[in-house]
Ligand binder design. Structure first.
Ligand SMILES: [Zn+2]
Length: 273
């Protein structure tokens, strides 16, 4: 049986791959999970597109977002988002930062994202909106300084997600399954709100409806059912970790394995001469 740390590395890879498969993450964005045995550390991939992340890519960081073991791998520039969220919210066990197409119109137009359907209650009654310019003036919009990550965490407060002006969103969860659930349904909610606006007036959920719906969605059965569904879709798309292990061509072979294969090929070639 896999150790809890091995399983966490697998879950980081799966969280990334599922959200890429569902159109939330593309070449950019990243999922992390807090170390279940040490709350002062978290796991995040080396700099790699989410769809390609493998358990072996996942590194451990301290909450200042420095890798625990020195590495020559390239790291995500925006990893401070994760470290600062874990510092500010002891209840948070998983974080994703994304630039999903569904939320981009909202962060560009500055229109409030509101819960418009029962599954959309995952966004809570009020979604905070953060503008990096307010505290930091002109920047390249990437969050690379700890103080920028801390500012975002303050804006998040106790909410499940925060929108980031002209950039994207950051979502938190009490485990990776809840995180993925919130991320996918907050994006669906954004799509429906946008489309409904084209038809006419948008009616939003009442605060009591948000609260009652959120109680249902936070039940483990919701997370279990959706996680099974999304991992199955990932397997069917040929990019699951099980498909990779059973010998199907991986979408992202690790560099290490690729270089070993290359070296072997060279050796064989050499012998023929
Ligand atoms: Zn970003």
């Amino acid at each position: 049986m896999a150790s809890i740390i091995e399983q966490t590395r697998v879950d980081v890879a799966l969280g990334n791959r599922i959200l890429a498969n569902e159109g939330i993450l593309d070449a950019f964005g990243h999922v992390s999970i807090r170390n279940p045995t040490n709350p002062n550390r978290y796991f995040l991939s080396r700099s790699r597109s989410p769809e390609l992340v493998e358990p072996g890519d996942v590194l451990e960081y301290d909450l200042d977002s420095n890798p625990v073991k020195s590495t020559k791998e390239r790291l995500y520039a925006e990893r401070v988002i994760h470290g600062e969220m874990y510092k500010a919210r002891p209840d948070v066990m998983a974080v994703v930062h994304h630039h999903a197409p569904a939320v981009m119109p909202f962060v560009i137009a500055g229109v409030e994202l509101q819960p418009v359907m029962h599954l959309g209650a995952v966004i809570g009654p009020k979604v905070p909106f953060w503008d990096q310019y307010d505290e930091f003036g002109d920047t390249n919009l990437l969050l690379v300084k700890p103080e920028e990550g801390a500012s975002l965490a303050r804006a998040l407060g106790q909410a499940p997600l925060v929108l980031m002006k002209g950039h994207g969103a950051t979502v938190v969860g009490s485990n990776v399954q809840e995180l993925v659930f919130r991320t996918i349904y907050s994006c669906r909610n954004a799509e429906y709100q946008f489309l409904a606006k084209m038809l006419g007036n948008v009616s939003t959920l009442r605060p009591g409806e948000v609260e009652k719906s959120a109680q249902i969605h936070s039940m483990p059965t919701s997370s279990f059912r959706t996680w099974e569904y999304w991992t199955t879709r990932l397997e069917k798309a040929g990019n699951g970790l099980r498909a990779r292990r059973s010998g199907k061509k991986p979408v992202g072979a690790s560099r290490k394995r690729a270089s070993v294969a290359k070296a072997k090929a060279k050796k064989v070639k050499g012998r023929k001469r």
